[in-house]
Design a protein around this ligand. Structure first.
Ligand code: PLP
Length: 369
């Protein structure tokens, strides 16, 4: 956690109001504080509807959502799952939890997302699924991903943890693949403290996930366990927070898009700073506004992070590539993702940011262009 005394502008901060408190109080007053209670189902329905999916299944976080999604697809030891190397570690770790092996794919230069052209050559007889990640809120190019998946009979699980509300060719992310997952960690588009959601149109998948989420307990006979399950449930208190957050998600997304426009315009003339692309086929929700510095930028990324910090502004280096992490450490050569990872930096993106604060951030960064 950043030190509140020294950091004035955080990278992301939650946006709460009266409704959050009101709904949480309803849980406390009624005694429904655990994972049974009306807010869980309400939250599931709101998230499913928002993604244009039939079913929503709330989970304890975004990582357990991915784990359950993979289990519902029958992924197990000996299988391979294709994932981008440029993502948060969870995407690969969830694969590892099932005993399967993540196979890492390089990024597209412009979108930073998984390059669909590289998927086919990574497919082996062991490959069972692909997990595209909609990085920083920009949808991955889903059409070619879905077609290579169809051709090779693979499941597609969208990791939409950073992209709730994003659209791909007019369709909400999460419902384009077979299963979609979301995270409600404190810095995500909306938050429940910790929390996650799975969306799907497949009734059987939904039923399977609900059993796995609840200790593998039979739906018809209490304390009968036919499968190994988990306790990956979301609490009613967390869901209460989630329902209040979903009621204002449109205004959160609107603020984020306004912030992104100000950043885009601010860096427009900077040849050593690349900003996210805005393709006509996508609605980017700009979860964290992220820029890539060129090698000619006057100071190093870490120097820029320190410079911003000296003005009370927090920022984040881009995720390290997952294939280079000590726990995976593969010998893959994935140069595009590696370069983006080395030179990328995420800037403050909270919906509460003032225009004057954004202008200050822009002018500090532009000084070294
Ligand atoms: C945040 C995040 C997750 C994991 O979510 P948690 O709720 O923190 O478990 C998974 N994938 C991506 C891409 C994320 O950004």
């Amino acid at each position: 956690m950043p030190n509140k005394k020294t950091i004035r502008i955080p990278v992301a901060e939650p946006y709460f109001g009266k409704k959050e408190k009101k709904y949480i109080n309803q849980c406390i007053d009624s005694g429904w504080v655990s994972s049974t209670g009306s807010f869980v189902e309400k939250f599931e329905k709101k998230c499913a509807d928002f993604s244009n999916a039939k079913y929503g299944i709330a989970t304890s976080n975004g990582t357990t959502a991915l784990h359950l999604a993979l289990l519902a697809c029958g992924i197990k030891k000996g299988d391979e799952v294709i994932v981008p190397t440029l993502t948060f570690i969870s995407t690969a770790n969830a694969v590892k939890y099932t005993g399967a092996t993540p196979v890492f794919i390089d990024s597209q230069k412009k979108s930073w997302n998984m390059d669909p052209d590289l998927i086919e050559s990574a497919i082996t007889p062991k490959t069972k699924a692909i997990i595209p990640v909609h990085l920083f809120g920009l949808p991955a190019d889903m059409d070619p991903i879905m077609s290579v998946a169809k051709k090779n009979k693979l499941f597609v699980i969208e990791d939409a943890a950073e992209a709730q509300g994003a659209l791909y060719k007019g369709r909400p992310v999460g419902s384009i693949g077979h299963i979609g997952t979301f995270s409600f960690y404190g810095n995500k588009i909306i938050t429940t403290g910790e929390g996650g959601m799975i969306v799907t149109n497949n009734q059987k998948v939904q039923e399977k996930i609900k059993i796995l989420r609840d200790h593998g307990m039979s739906k018809t006979k209490r304390y009968l366990h036919n499968v190994l399950g988990y306790n990956y449930r979301l609490t009613n208190i967390q869901a209460a927070l989630g329902v209040a957050q979903m009621e204002k998600i449109k205004s959160i997304l609107l603020s984020k898009s306004k912030i992104a426009k100000i950043y885009q315009k601010g860096f427009e003339s900077c040849e050593n700073i690349s900003t996210p692309i805005n393709p006509v086929w996508a609605k980017n929700v700009f979860w964290l506004f992220t820029i890539i510095l060129s090698q000619k930028y006057k100071i190093s990324r870490n120097q820029l992070i320190n410079e911003l910090k000296s003005h009370g502004i927090d920022s984040r280096p881009m995720f390290p590539t997952v294939h280079s992490q000590p726990i995976y450490n593969t010998s893959d050569n994935l140069p595009v993702a590696q370069k983006i990872s080395n030179y990328g930096i995420s800037l403050p993106s909270s919906q509460s940011l003032k225009k004057s604060e954004l202008n200050q951030i822009i002018s500090i960064i532009k000084k070294f262009n």
